[in-house]
Design a protein around this ligand. Structure first.
Ligand code: DGL
Length: 259
């Protein structure tokens, strides 16, 4: 048993979509969230830069005595999690696009994946894709520009709708019936996407699966917290805190910090 916090990091505010899933499944766990918004987006950066940024975030969460780290970013997971696991002696939970369930359930045998360039070009992503999407047409779309708009709070904006329309067009032309959201910033777009997509297209992301995996790993390592007396949630951002605050409930404290 451990009352130490779970560390969560993302290139910015998107990983709060994962924080919410974890908090809802594991309400007794304390968390520390790092939004590396000053360095967002990670998705267009070279692999080594992404690894260096993940090391920086990990070191800070370890300084703050975290017992487990959730890499709440598909780009960071697909490019850096194996390095992190090889360097540090605590459990890391990552997030990857949910290709497997989409490929298994698709009736049209055509699915769309919206993710960053960094995720789509990673070895981990191509291995998963090859393994689970045999015989399925996978329409990959680099969502360049979406993360900066979410980071600046322009979630439901004309710029966002215009960008999404251009990214969805090839998927609609290919008759997809599943749209996989492969970036933790994108669940915030679900209401906008639902307005733009025909009803028969199902949107899926991996947030719930990450929370379930976090629970399983805590239990396997006897790291769960059994008392609510010490539960605390702290959010740090190295940029302006307004957008981060707008995405989480105001019961949580957000601090601006240089890191
Ligand atoms: N939330 C990150 C992800 O899941 C965004 C990546 C970026 O910063 O480009 O991929």
């Amino acid at each position: 048993m451990s009352s130490k916090p779970i560390g969560i990091f993302d290139s910015g505010v998107g990983g709060t979509s994962i924080f919410k899933e974890i908090h809802s499944l594991l309400p007794k766990e304390s968390t520390i969230y790092l939004a590396d918004s000053n360095n967002a987006p990670y998705g267009q950066k070279p692999k080594q830069t992404i690894i260096d940024l993940c090391v920086k975030n990990t070191e800070l969460l370890l300084e703050k005595d975290c017992k487990l780290i959730v890499v709440a970013c598909n780009t960071a997971t697909t490019n850096a999690i194996s390095f992190l696991r090889s360097q540090y002696d605590i459990p890391f939970i990552g997030i990857e696009p949910a290709i497997k369930p989409a490929a298994l359930k698709s009736k049209t045998k055509s699915i769309g994946i919206l993710a960053t360039k960094g995720t789509l070009s990673s070895e981990l992503f191509s291995n998963t894709s090859e393994l689970y999407a045999k015989g399925i047409s996978v329409i990959e779309q680099d969502g360049e520009g979406i993360v900066p708009l979410v980071e600046s709070g322009k979630i439901d904006s004309p710029e966002m709708r215009q960008l999404l329309a251009s990214y969805l067009k090839p998927m609609l032309d290919a008759n997809i019936d599943y749209l996989v959201l492969g970036c933790t910033h994108y669940p915030y777009l679900i209401p906008v996407l639902k307005n733009m997509l025909p009803e028969h297209i199902t949107i899926i992301d991996s947030g719930e699966a990450v929370a379930r995996q976090t629970k399983a790993i805590l239990m396997a390592n006897t790291l769960e917290n059994n008392s609510t007396n010490t539960t605390k949630h702290t959010f740090y951002t190295n940029s302006n805190k307004t957008v981060l605050e707008s995405l989480i409930s105001n019961q949580f404290e957000v601090q601006e910090l240089k890191f």
